[in-house]
Write a protein that binds this ligand. Structure first.
Ligand SMILES: [Zn+2]
Length: 212
């Protein structure tokens, strides 16, 4: 609570610039003294994150259910096997996976365009799964489900859903004239995505080494 320097009225309203009683200018907290005003409540943020996480999974499911011809499937699987061989035989696996995933995640933060990029990338992940389903004669949905047995899948989808959520909150904050506060939150989310994707890449490389 701040107090009016003229009439002494206690002002609870955080954004108030003038005293509602006498109109005197209220002392403004310094930028670094201010608490970050989160756009949306924590519950709203969790709900938006949950809905977007579900949409991310749905985008990959749609890709996994896409019918592709045998030749295309063969090409995709060959390409993926080559990438996997590079990951196994060199020691730059973590950098490759982390760099690739981070590049996509950063793109997903961009307002308006980010979600489209995100769902497109995740749909394409599904198409790769569909190709593996065809070549190895397995149900692609089962392959996708199996991926969620590995922690790195959770970490990656969490990072992407956080990025796409933030793209939404940036627009919402701009409408509410809170863009500056939201930028600080966005930076926190970028750091969180970096941590999640780096840890995810390490786990993924360890998994590949264990499985072969
Ligand atoms: Zn006053």
């Amino acid at each position: 609570m701040r107090y009016c320097p003229r009439c002494g009225l206690g002002v609870r309203e955080k954004d108030a610039r003038f005293c509602p009683n006498c109109g005197a200018t209220l002392p403004q907290p310094k930028f670094w003294e201010r608490r970050i005003a989160w756009t949306g409540t924590l519950l709203e943020r969790i709900i938006v994150f949950g809905v977007i996480f579900a949409l991310c999974v749905l985008a990959t499911t749609a890709g996994a259910l896409t019918k592709i011809d045998l030749l295309t499937a063969r090409n995709i699987v060959d390409r993926m096997n080559k990438i996997e061989e590079v990951l196994r035989t060199t020691d730059i696996g973590v950098q490759l996976i982390f760099g690739n995933n981070l590049m996509y995640a950063l793109g997903m933060f961009v307002p308006v365009a980010g979600p489209w990029l995100g769902f497109y990338v995740l749909y394409n992940t599904g198409v790769i799964i569909s190709a593996f389903g065809i070549i190895y004669n397995t149900n692609p949905l089962l392959v996708f489900l199996m991926l969620f047995l590995y922690p790195h899948t959770w970490m990656e989808y969490t990072a992407y859903a956080l990025a796409i959520s933030e793209s939404f909150w940036l627009i919402y904050a701009a409408v509410k004239h809170r863009f500056k506060d939201e930028l600080i939150i966005m930076l926190m989310m970028v750091v969180l995505c970096n941590i999640l994707l780096l840890a995810g890449a390490v786990v993924e490389v360890v998994m590949i080494e264990i499985l072969y």
